[in-house]
Design a protein around this ligand. Structure first.
Ligand code: PGA
Length: 253
């Protein structure tokens, strides 16, 4: 089965609302209407609504960068799935910055995944190994174990997306080689197949993330194991981001 390619832009803590509106305007101006790729924009929470009002394409969706796993209540500064649901088709969960800077564990990520799935928001689950584990030759093991412990008690992952983002490649300009990425992607799909069966494994989309830009994107899209990209820095530049989307569409996967 052919999987629809997906290109997601993670804006992180960048852009004021005015800047977000300008960036989306520029992206929309540069992008053809009939792109054969699914595009997800993940601006900061405060810009979700204004950006939502600008989107009318059947191919471009909004994603949140995080959510809280509780329904509602005394959780100052947090955002619930119900608040995001009217605007967001996707939510990024378990980004390495959340894990490393905000103490998110696999247990917390598991709760967030369950909440997103329950609310009908598709999680983009991020997995990634440290440089230390990679240099110790343990990258595949690290990813498989992160994946397994994030998925406890989850029975339906059909709609989930997984982003493999080696931590050493994020924001560093050092992007992972396709050969290495292929091995990890195969391991992720095999792990999904072991837990949920081959048809789920065949359906799930796997994105690569970590210093993707318009120069290296095509290499990733030429790999059968890769269904798209989660783009950080380059998603803040309309020209670069649109070029990445166009290259994904051209590759056709
Ligand atoms: P980068 O970030 O493209 O700037 O490396 C990717 C990410 O953190 O999702």
């Amino acid at each position: 089965m052919k999987r629809t390619p997906l290109i997601a832009g993670n804006w992180k803590m960048n852009t004021t609302t005015d800047e977000a509106i300008r960036l989306v305007k520029e992206i929309l101006e540069r992008l053809e209407d009939d792109i054969r790729t699914e595009v997800v924009l993940c601006p900061p929470f405060i810009s979700l609504y204004p950006v939502f009002q600008m989107l009318s394409s059947e191919h471009i969706f909004l994603g949140a960068q995080n959510l809280h796993y509780e329904e509602s209540g005394a959780f100052t500064g947090e955002i619930s799935a119900a608040m995001l649901k009217p605007f967001c088709k996707y939510v990024i969960i378990g980004h390495s910055e959340r894990r490393q800077l905000f103490g998110e564990t696999d247990e917390i990520i598991n709760l967030k995944l369950k909440k997103a799935l329950q609310a009908g928001i598709t999680p983009i689950l991020c997995l990634g190994e440290t440089l230390e584990r990679r240099e110790a030759g343990e990258a595949e093991e690290a990813i498989a174990s992160q994946l397994k412990s994030s998925l406890g008690d989850i029975s339906d992952i059909q709609s989930m997306v997984i982003a493999y983002e080696p931590i050493w490649a994020i924001g560093t300009g050092v992007n992972a080689q396709t050969g290495e990425v292929n091995l990890i992607m195969e391991r992720i799909r095999q792990t999904i197949s072991d837990i949920f069966g081959p048809s789920s494994a065949d359906r799930i989309r796997l994105l690569y993330g970590g210093s993707v830009n318009s120069q290296n994107a095509a290499d990733y899209f030429s790999c059968e194991t890769i269904d798209g990209a989660l783009v950080g820095g380059a998603s803040l530049k309309a020209e670069q981001f649109v070029s990445i989307i166009q290259q994904a569409a051209k590759a056709g996967f």
